[in-house]
Ligand binder design. Structure first.
Ligand SMILES: [Zn+2]
Length: 267
């Protein structure tokens, strides 16, 4: 097996035949000696179009993995703002036509004796993507005071009965902080319960029931808080996708916008 990198894509080519010894080649990518003695070369074009020219459809595996590599690199460059992150996520994650791994058979011929070879190859994306933060993690990780985030929070605040984006942000902060405080409280309560010197059977039953109740109450609270946070933050995410007026101006009428007489495009 030979392993090498082409345009950021990891390529592994194997030979099923012990007689066929693949090696890296200076003028191509890989070469091997045909049983007739001639040298057979596999070049970059062969990776892009590994099946014979008459096969339909031609494989697009290499380009698909290359696309995944490029988008994974872009994904890893997180922006600082919260709304900017939501837009980033929409642009660079789950890209249509991109594949992290793709297996093909590279079909080639010896130019001397016309023998045919089919060499199994695998293309993989070696770029590891940063894990996707959930809503609460995103709230803690990114700056919600960026211009775009303030606009998104403002759009959502009315829906939840708040006057300003700041009030909504404070509400989200309190939900996130309370969740952590409740976790801490639960840990300490459970410690107290487990440390109680209870010896009688009925006493032990009580401790068991208390422990179960604590878990249930805590679970309900966590579920409820998470549901509320996810609802608000998913609305914030949706609001982040709406174009700002300045973006609309730039897209539709850049010259008119700069002159300050921008009008809503019609038709
Ligand atoms: Zn040959």
């Amino acid at each position: 097996m030979v392993k090498f990198e082409v345009d950021g894509v990891m390529v592994e080519i194997t030979s099923g035949d012990p007689e066929i010894k693949l090696q890296k080649d200076l003028s191509a990518l890989v070469s091997f000696n045909c049983p007739c003695g001639a040298k057979v070369k596999i070049d970059k074009d062969k990776l892009r179009s590994p099946t014979s020219m008459f096969a339909i459809p031609l494989s697009v595996g290499f380009e698909d993995v290359k696309k995944a590599v490029e988008y994974a690199k872009k994904w890893n460059q997180f922006p600082t703002g919260l709304s900017e992150f939501f837009r980033h996520q929409r642009t660079y994650l789950n890209i249509a036509g991109a594949a992290d791994s793709y297996g093909v058979d590279i079909n080639c011929y010896c130019g001397n004796c016309n023998r045919e070879f089919n060499l199994p190859a695998r293309f993989t994306n070696p770029v590891e993507r940063k894990p996707t933060p959930n809503f609460v993690e995103a709230w803690q990780l990114f700056d919600h005071t960026s211009e775009l985030s303030k606009v998104a929070l403002t759009r959502v605040s009315v829906r939840y009965g708040f006057k300003t984006w700041k009030e909504l942000a404070a509400h989200i902060d309190s939900l996130v902080e309370d969740k952590a405080k409740v976790d801490k409280l639960l840990t300490s309560l459970k410690k107290t319960v487990s440390q109680a010197q209870i010896t009688s059977a009925s006493g032990k039953d009580f401790v068991r029931a208390l422990d179960t109740s604590l878990n249930e109450i805590a679970e309900d609270y966590a579920k409820e808080t998470t549901r509320e946070l996810d609802a608000i933050l998913s609305d914030v995410r949706e609001a982040s996708f709406i174009r700002l007026e300045s973006e609309t101006k730039e897209t539709y009428l850049p010259s008119a916008a700069s002159e300050g007489n921008w009008k809503t495009p019609t038709g």
